[in-house]
Ligand binder design. Structure first.
Ligand SMILES: Nc1nc2c(c(=O)[nH]1)N[C@H]1C(S)=C(S)[C@@H](COP(=O)(O)OP(=O)(O)OC[C@H]3O[C@@H](n4cnc5c(=O)[nH]c(N)nc54)[C@H](O)[C@@H]3O)O[C@H]1N2
Ligand SMILES: Nc1nc2c(c(=O)[nH]1)N[C@H]1C(S)=C(S)[C@@H](COP(=O)(O)OP(=O)(O)OC[C@H]3O[C@@H](n4cnc5c(=O)[nH]c(N)nc54)[C@H](O)[C@@H]3O)O[C@H]1N2
Ligand code: SF4
Ligand SMILES: [Mo]
Length: 706
């Protein structure tokens, strides 16, 4: 067998090294065995500094995905009605010719802003996620997409307190002696961090998990706290109350590195554990114990990721959370502080502007459209200009954007021209005028800047693109050529794009040879031991003038979500249960695997999960078919009560299944809330109120939209 870097003889298997592209914190290293141009085996790369040889239940079968008989391998033109999913194969030339003229038409008629690019991190490699697309749409002057459905809210929240979203590298948890996982499901969503946490526990660390759902991570914790969703800020304020009341504050560190301690003390004086416990639906002594443990055990780390941002108060959650480590001086210690995405450490390598070229806007300022409000953008008749052309890649918006039935109505519009670049005919693609074939990660070389660890990875193409599929960068080069756009920046190669993005900060030859390069991180593992916070005051801001300027309270404040258990009373009276729609299946990555024969069926089918008492009150038993509804729509699902992981007042429908898997052709997001977060541009789909009843009981009061 030829070693990496050596060219294999044609009949000899080759081993090619790559990096996983999924929107997952782990960015694992892999090796692909190729025989006669065909990928025959994929394994975790044993010497990868983070993933160390393991992949995961979804990607262990990635080769099946690549060669799945339902892959889109040729351009398709719609022949049926929108949504029907009937297409005919056409040539690239025909597809590009028609797409180019439709885009020109839309631009001439309605202006360039009538074109909406729509994508997220379906492939989060550097060129695949923000390679040529940025240049192409900037040059056109198309509407700009606020890509904030995942992550930015966490950073925007922390930034108001610390001036930065940078936190503790996850691997530093090895040094912690108290680990509080606050709103993350590590064993499912970030599995390669788990061995680090287990190592810390073997060395004596205690693990507390705070989550409204008893997740697989909660199962493994020393203590599990299960608040009502969206209420954690009350819990944090009460912990501060106890820390101040019982003298557990690190006064020396606070005096030197924080702003507004006296105001904070006054502010939390009324936040007794009893008050917070009532709002969170937990016991007051749990709050006392948690605060005492956090105030006395060193080093103490809080670990979070993304999930808890999806609330109306999502940014405030992280603004408030970031106060806790400062109060107890946790940043002093190696293994102390707040750990979350470390993606921003890659800024040392990547120049996003040199890659995406916002200068090609030439002074124009096209409107911004928030991706989480796609349904509204497509259906709001006051939009001027209307969105008349939608180009989707790297994303499956119909399944993943909240308020899905509104998105569906938009996609059904006859006067909307939709192009989807995809590997499969997803629910979104069924509504497209053209579906164009996309490559998979083993067919294209690229660089992967991770957000869960520090090693930027190289991905070497292992096989040639299947069928007529092409990469995301190639798609936009082809579109630019078909539209006769002669801007030279739209016609450069992938190598040139990489050179623009990485400059001389990364030695590309070395990256290709080794497979990874580590972003700079403080040697002693203590990024803020001596302060140095990039806020206006240079300190951790317990009081924030910048928040006041945003129209937000200066101090950390619990504002109950409107569509939550303490929200709009009239709404709560009609819809007393809070719906969670979590990532729950180890074989799924968002909506990207439920349609595959060895992934979907192994996870069963969608269901609605209830606490036994809530089910009994509604006369529902395990296995019954129920209707789950609110003013957005109604969804029909089998009931799960046995082994339920939700608490009273909360129900849950797993996220990721497609329309075809749901008995009535809806999806979990058909029910969810598309209200944006307090700041940061995220979305509050985890603040969704519903009612549940046995199928056949009509209690909608004619409120349904559809
Ligand atoms: N197997 C698998 N792995 C994945 C993914 C997948 O789909 N499947 N998706 C990937 C992606 S895109 C991302 S962003 C990451 C996300 O990684 P995580 O952030 O770890 O995952 P989530 O499940 O979104 O949210 C974590 C937890 O937050 C909890 N939560 C929600 N609201 C609240 C709240 O108000 N308070 C508290 N305390 N907790 C709350 C949820 O119940 C959930 O258990 O996972 C990645 N990894
Ligand atoms: N209710 C609810 N809604 C959610 C979430 C939730 O937990 N609950 N999670 C939210 C989060 S955190 C996220 S990140 C989003 C994720 O939402 P998406 O980014 O839409 O994630 P996926 O469902 O994985 O869809 C990615 C698509 O990209 C395609 N793809 C993969 N690689 C390539 C490529 O190289 N080129 C092209 N053109 N396409 C490619 C895949 O085939 C797949 O269909 O969903 C969000 N929505
Ligand atoms: S999806 Fe995540 S855990 Fe699975 S191989 Fe990719 S990076 Fe690793
Ligand atoms: Mo995400």
């Amino acid at each position: 067998m030829a070693a990496r870097g050596e060219r294999a003889a044609d009949d000899e298997p080759a081993i090619v090294h790559g990096t996983c592209h999924h929107d997952c914190p782990d960015s694992c290293g892999w090796t692909v065995t190729v025989e006669a141009g065909v990928a025959v085996k994929m394994r975790g790369r044993v010497d990868h500094p983070y993933s160390a040889g393991e992949l995961c239940p979804k990607v262990n079968r990635f080769i099946d995905r690549v060669y799945d008989p339902n892959r889109v391998l040729h351009p398709l033109r719609r022949v049926g009605a929108k949504g029907e999913g009937r297409f005919e194969q056409v040539s690239w030339d025909d597809a590009l010719g028609e797409i180019a003229s439709r885009l020109h038409e839309a631009i001439e008629r309605d202006g360039a802003e009538s074109v909406l690019p729509f994508s997220d991190a379906g492939n989060q490699s550097l060129l695949s996620m923000m390679g040529m697309d940025g240049r192409f749409f900037h040059h056109l002057g198309a509407s700009r997409l606020v890509r904030a459905i995942c992550g930015p809210t966490v950073g925007h929240g922390m930034r108001m307190t610390m001036g930065t979203g940078l936190g503790l590298d996850g691997l530093e948890l090895e040094h912690s002696r108290l680990i509080v996982i606050w709103g993350s499901n590590t064993r499912l969503t970030n599995r390669h961090l788990w061995p680090t946490i287990e190592r810390a526990r073997r060395a004596g660390a205690r693990l507390v998990v705070i989550d409204p759902i008893r997740t697989v991570t909660a199962d493994a914790a020393d203590e599990f706290v299960q608040p009502l969703p969206g209420t954690d800020i009350a819990l944090m304020l009460a912990m501060m109350h106890v820390l101040v009341r019982d003298g557990l504050v690190d006064r020396e560190w606070v005096d030197e590195h924080t702003l507004g301690f006296d105001e904070l003390c006054e502010h939390v004086a009324t936040w007794t554990p009893v008050r917070a416990a009532a709002l969170c639906g937990i016991e007051a002594d749990v709050v006392e114990r948690l605060a005492h443990e956090y105030g006395t055990v060193r080093p103490a780390a809080i670990r979070s990721l993304i999930g808890a941002e999806h609330h109306e108060n999502g940014a405030m959650f992280y603004r408030t959370l970031a106060v806790l480590p400062a109060l107890v001086g946790a940043w002093r210690d190696r293994g102390g502080g707040l750990s979350r995405s470390v993606g921003s450490y890659q800024d040392a390598f990547v120049d996003e502007d040199a890659l995406g070229r916002p200068d090609l806007l030439n002074g124009r300022e096209p409107r911004w459209i928030n991706m989480s409000r796609l349904g509204e953008a497509l259906t709001d008749e006051s939009m001027s200009p209307p969105v008349s052309a939608l180009v989707v890649w790297n994303c499956n918006p119909l399944v993943i954007v909240p308020n899905a039935e509104l998105t569906r109505r938009g996609l059904e519009r006859d006067d909307l021209f939709t192009v989807v670049h995809e590997q499969f005919v997803t629910d979104t693609a069924r509504y497209a005028d053209f579906v164009l074939p996309a490559t998979t990660q083993i067919e294209v070389s690229d660089v992967v800047p991770p957000w869960g660890h520090l090693w930027m990875g190289w991905n070497e193409a292992a096989i040639a693109p299947l069928g007529e599929s092409c990469s995301n960068t190639e798609l936009f080069r082809r579109l630019a050529a078909a539209m006769a756009l002669d801007e030279p920046a739209l016609h450069v190669s992938d190598d040139e794009l990489l050179a623009d993005a990485l400059g001389d900060r990364v030695d590309l030859d070395e990256l290709r040879r080794v497979g990874w390069v580590k972003a700079p991180y403080p040697d002693d593992g203590r990024p803020f031991a001596d302060g140095g916070f990039p806020t206006p005051s240079g300190k951790v801001e317990f009081v924030s003038e910048r928040l006041v300027a945003l129209g937000q309270p200066a101090l950390p404040t619990f504002v109950p979500p409107r569509e939550g258990p303490h929200g709009d009373a009239a709404l709560v009276a009609r819809f007393p249960l809070q719906l969670m729609t979590p990532k729950q299946h180890s074989r799924f990555l968002n909506s990207g695997y439920s349609h595959l024969p060895k992934h979907g069926p192994a996870e069963g089918a969608p269901f609605v999960e209830l606490d036994a008492a809530d089910a009994a009150e509604r006369g529902l038993s395990h296995g019954d078919v129920a209707r789950v509804w609110n003013d957005r729509t109604s969804v029909q699902l089998p009931v799960r009560v046995e082994g339920s992981r939700v608490r009273r007042g909360v129900v849950s429908i797993p996220f990721g299944w497609w329309m075809a898997h749901h008995p009535d052709g809806k999806v979990a997001n058909s029910l969810t809330n598309d209200t944006l977060t307090d700041w940061g541009g995220g979305v509050a789909y985890a603040d969704t109120l519903v009612e549940v009843a046995a199928e056949g009981i009509d209690d909608t009061g004619g409120q349904e939209q559809r």
